[in-house]
Design a protein around this ligand. Structure first.
Ligand SMILES: Cc1cc2nc3c(=O)[nH]c(=O)nc-3n(C[C@H](O)[C@H](O)[C@H](O)COP(=O)(O)OP(=O)(O)OC[C@H]3O[C@@H](n4cnc5c(N)ncnc54)[C@H](O)[C@@H]3O)c2cc1C
Length: 375
């Protein structure tokens, strides 16, 4: 590095944040808001964040009935409702920081849909009362889930029975991240984009952060690389989970606005204006989708397209104009990892499938861990 670079672009910061998605950028903003003297640098491997935060479906959601039932089978009641509470809190914090207009937030409501042949509809109905009571106790939302016996949408492939949640909505994740970057820039947070970090370790009380081009040293580092974390710390209990997404061209008679969950959240769809966005189905090829490669596969795309034609009744004449994949970070439990990895390195990763709701809170908790060190 040149002397000039060492004094400017590559000047060692007090705190380096690795990964500039929703968690990294919110960690940086919270730190700076609490201590304006801190020199903070966000480092990302891409010229803009490229993992999940700009590649998701933009559901502002906190959990569907079948997903919560599923979670209750693998986690304690306390953990399930604590996570739901954290998603709600995180969403409130995000809305306050970004502003609803700046991320096109709309409280459209959401619907969970079921197959006509689903034998468990009565079980879901029974669970609604229990879930509503627990949610009311935990976060004060009244009658969150509402059983409906009539489907008010032109989708031929589902049972009439569906479950409405009036508290969920949708955002534009691109606008959200762009606004967060604007806030961070105004606060004087520095960015080093387009540098993949290969190794992070502590030496003589400093954190060494190496890419193929340079070493940055900082007093502290916060690792916010979510689904990609194993490339740096292979021993962490976290797996990548790719999700593929399709968006159609505008469909003139698409006149509904809402978010939809299906199959425990494995398939999700919504409108973007008059377009349809659909994604998910990684459960049909889970091994293949346990990857950090941002590729697309015919198996998943064909499955999603068939779903659109058969279950939503949308004609194959309407073309899919966008297709992409993003990478989530998942584990055998759903709560995120927010902890000290070593004396000066903090991990804030494993956001799972509702990281838009959770991300601002996770960033704030990671920042609090550092601030409690009297940095
Ligand atoms: C297709 C899809 C749909 C989703 N839909 C929703 C939804 O509707 N609602 C919802 O709440 N959640 C959704 N999620 C989940 C949500 O998007 C994520 O949980 C959340 O964005 C995670 O944020 P993050 O900051 O932890 O990770 P990311 O946004 O993945 O950010 C990690 C950053 O780290 C960078 N990075 C990685 N490795 C390195 C390295 N070695 N060196 C430097 N930089 C590195 C990456 O470039 C990336 O920018 C979805 C996810 C996907 C993939």
């Amino acid at each position: 590095m040149s002397y000039w670079e060492s004094e400017t672009f590559l000047k060692y910061p007090d705190i380096a944040i690795i990964g500039g998605g929703i968690v990294g950028i919110n960690t940086a903003i919270t730190l700076k808001e609490n201590n304006s003297r801190l020199d903070i640098m966000v480092i990302d491997r891409n010229s803009f964040p490229l993992g999940a935060s700009t590649r998701n479906a933009g559901f502002a959601c906190f959990g569907s009935v079948t997903e919560l039932i599923d979670d209750l089978e693998t986690s304690s009641e306390e953990d399930v409702f604590q996570l739901l509470n954290d998603r709600k809190l995180g969403l409130d914090m995000l809305r306050k920081r970004v502003g609803d207009q700046n991320m096109a937030y709309e409280n459209t409501g959401s619907f969970e849909l079921f197959d006509k042949a689903d034998d468990n509809l009565s079980t879901y109905k029974e669970y609604i009362r229990f879930l509503n009571a627990r949610i009311y106790d935990k976060i004060g939302f009244k009658d969150t889930f509402e059983a409906r016996e009539k489907l008010d949408f032109p989708f031929p492939g589902f049972a009439d029975f569906n479950i409405y949640n009036k508290y969920e909505g949708q955002i534009n994740p691109g606008k959200m991240i762009q606004t967060l970057y604007n806030i961070a820039s105004k606060l004087g947070i520095r960015f080093l984009m387009g540098h993949e970090i290969k190794e992070i370790f502590e030496e003589n009380g400093m954190v060494n952060i190496t890419s193929s081009n340079f070493i940055i040293k900082s007093r502290y580092a916060v690792v916010c690389t979510n689904g990609f974390t194993k490339h740096i710390f292979p021993e962490i209990n976290l797996l990548p989970a790719r999700n593929q997404v399709l968006v159609t061209q505008e469909i003139p008679n698409l006149d509904w606005k809402a978010c939809f969950h299906y199959d425990k959240g494995y398939i999700y769809f919504r409108n973007i204006g008059k377009r349809l966005l659909i994604g998910g189905a990684r459960n049909i090829a889970k091994l293949n989708e346990t990857t950090t490669e941002l590729d697309l596969t015919d198996e998943i795309l064909d499955h999603l397209k068939e779903f659109v034609h058969q279950k939503l009744g949308i004609s194959p004449d309407f073309k899919f104009e966008f297709q992409w994949s993003g990478i989530m970070g998942v584990g055998n439990v759903k709560n995120p990892i927010i902890k000290k990895y070593s004396e000066h390195i903090i991990l804030a990763v494993r956001l799972g499938g509702m990281g838009i709701a959770l991300g601002t809170l996770v960033g704030s908790k990671a920042a609090d861990l550092l601030l409690s060190e009297n940095i």
